[in-house]
Design a protein around this ligand. Structure first.
Ligand SMILES: [Mn+2]
Length: 344
């Protein structure tokens, strides 16, 4: 375990210069936004307010996930397609590996992200292609929240309790409560600092990991009922009918793939979420071994992510879904297995 990443102070200064020079900053969030993807932009909005700059996080597809409504400043988040976008002169993407994965905001008008409006790019995904005028991409960082905390330190910014609460939610969300291999001494020190600055652990743990509506249990029942095996893969699917029958929203299915990924005897866990229009599947992949890079498997299908957690999209119906699973099983089988570690 190492704390090997360091932000170049010149990059942090350049980011501040560009952001301070803007009138209004738009911060579109990645599709199926999670705690890190929303709370890091919220923290940035609060920080930029200190410099007199208006910044707005935007949900780019669907609604605000219910479990993130506790985040401080959540009322400032715009919902694409429902709320009017302000007139913006800068885009700041935080936690977005790929400009294409910005939901309908990107789909409706790809020229929004072609660089004609400059982009500040802050991220921790290995597959990020550094598409901004300023890029702070640290693949070794546990979360965008951890990077943003470091940027604020370099800016000499006073961390208010609300900024701390947001950053803590991001770090806790992505590290599953400091449990992932990406969690380093630096991550834990950052969390300690944030708690000292007024962030509380309890609401974060409650809203992100513990409290759930009944519809979530219904959804998990569907997912567990549909589990299948294909060689080293454990996989399941979430159909539109499943979501409708349970009255559940997409974000309620988030923890299932992490739960499956701990299954002994499997090397990769896969979950397929059927698209609203039933024309394809969003896929989430989790690896169990550090020697196996699921982001490379995802990249094979045009996706990306982290070595142990990645995603992609598959067009088509039943046949394409089966072909996808088969191909993933083949790709996994091509990666040599680690020597078995004795249990106990
Ligand atoms: Mn993240």
């Amino acid at each position: 375990m190492s704390d090997s990443w360091v932000i170049d102070p010149a990059d942090a200064a350049a980011a501040l210069e560009v952001l301070r020079g803007a009138r209004t900053v738009l911060m579109p969030t990645h599709q199926n936004v999670d705690a890190d993807g929303l709370s890091s932009p919220l923290a940035m909005r609060l920080a930029l307010a200190e410099y007199g700059v208006d910044a707005y996080p935007v949900i780019t597809d669907g609604d605000l996930p219910s479990n993130l409504r506790f985040l401080p400043g959540i009322e400032s988040v715009l919902i694409y397609g429902q709320d009017e976008l302000p007139d913006y002169d800068l885009i700041c993407l935080i936690d977005c590996a790929d400009r294409k994965r910005l939901g309908n905001f990107a789909k409706d008008d790809p020229s929004r992200l072609d660089g004609s409006v400059p982009i500040v790019n802050i991220d921790h995904h290995k597959t990020n292609s550094r598409f901004g005028v300023v890029n702070i991409v640290e693949p070794e960082a546990s979360s965008s929240g951890e990077i943003v905390a470091e940027i604020f330190k370099l800016w000499g910014l006073e961390i208010t309790p609300d900024i701390a609460r947001n950053l803590l939610a991001g770090i806790y969300g992505d590290t599953l409560g400091l449990r992932t291999p990406s969690t380093t001494p630096h991550t834990i020190r950052t969390v300690a600092d944030l708690v000292e600055r007024g962030a509380e652990l309890e609401p974060v743990v409650d809203h992100i990991f513990r409290l759930k509506p009944r519809s979530t249990i219904c959804l998990w029942e569907h997912a567990l009922h549909n589990i299948r095996w294909n060689g080293p893969i454990i996989w399941t699917e979430m159909t539109r009918e499943g979501f409708q029958q349970c009255g559940a929203e997409m974000s309620e299915a988030e923890g299932i793939v992490n739960f499956l990924s701990g299954t002994q005897g499997s090397r990769v866990a896969v979950i397929l979420y059927q698209d609203e229009d039933k024309q394809g599947w969003r896929v989430s992949l989790r690896g169990l071994e550090k020697t196996l890079d699921v982001s490379a498997i995802a990249a094979h299908f045009g996706g990306g992510g982290h070595p142990l957690a990645a995603g992609a999209h598959v067009e088509g119906g039943e046949a394409e879904k089966q072909a996808f699973i088969q191909k993933v099983a083949e790709l996994v089988a091509e990666t040599p297995e680690l020597e078995a570690v004795p249990v106990g």
